[in-house]
Design a protein around this ligand. Sequence first.
Ligand SMILES: Nc1ncnc2c1ncn2[C@@H]1O[C@H](COP(=O)(O)OP(=O)(O)OP(=O)(O)O)[C@@H](O)[C@H]1O
Ligand SMILES: [Mg+2]
Length: 274
Amino acid sequence: MSSPAIMPLHKAETHEAPLLSATGLTKIFTTGGKEFRAVDDVSLDIRSGKVLGIVGESGSGKSTVARLVMRLIEPTSGTVLFDGEELTSKSGEALRLMRRHMQIVFQNPHSALNPRDTIRDAIAEPFLVQTKIRGLELERRVDALLDIVSLPKSFRYRYPHELSGGQKQRICIARAVALEPRLLVLDEPTSALDVSVQAQIITFLQELRQRLNLTYLFISHNLAVVRHLCDEVIVMNRGKVLERGITETVFKVPENAYTRQLIESVPRLPRLEI
Ligand SMILES: Nc1ncnc2c1ncn2[C@@H]1O[C@H](COP(=O)(O)OP(=O)(O)OP(=O)(O)O)[C@@H](O)[C@H]1O
Ligand SMILES: [Mg+2]
């Protein structure tokens, strides 16, 4: 008889409804009376626990997709479902409650932290804004989050300028995961950091995802990082999705000429050594 202990944890995973599902997302910006289609009919799905990458040259619409998915900006058309619930129709308290489950980490940790706040204050903020957790319990949570991002508790007394770039990004990640979100949108989370620190953060993000059972939408210029981290990938160009698929397949046998160019434009693309 087979033991229940070896039952797969994620049964019927391929039939699971996606955690995040965007359909027909379009964003037209109007500047100086001219319309510009920054995102054009983009659809994507991410299943729980998976990592979806978005690659594409600068200006192709990646960050706009991230902002649309988070509903930091309103789409011109299209819908976003989070865990089966339509995010695009929510507002006020309902939207605020949903936002707890999805968080975004931006490219530049240097501008993401208030220079006048201690690290303790930076990490405590999401609890103060979104929860009733206070006092000793709050301090315990701050310490636990420092621990999760592998920084010593003594860092709570420091200011952002007393941290390295990689350490600051860890603090941004600690803030993002403070309220136990299910989805993290990572918009070029390592591109402001130097190469050795990039690798550390990528390894750390991988461990964190497993530890906290997170789902990632991971945006990056760095194809080596995307290849290393993402289960599936979307290739964008001029606001449109040109190609999508299992990461290894897209990298090994790209169907689209633009994807081939993108991959070939990275000289001798190495597998990221981590
Ligand atoms: N608020 C805005 N108003 C007008 N145009 C915008 C706005 N935000 C973005 N755009 C334009 O939309 C296009 C897509 O921008 P986006 O930031 O999504 O690109 P990206 O793929 O993230 O680029 P990068 O790799 O450089 O971060 C760009 O041409 C940009 O200039
Ligand atoms: Mg961007």
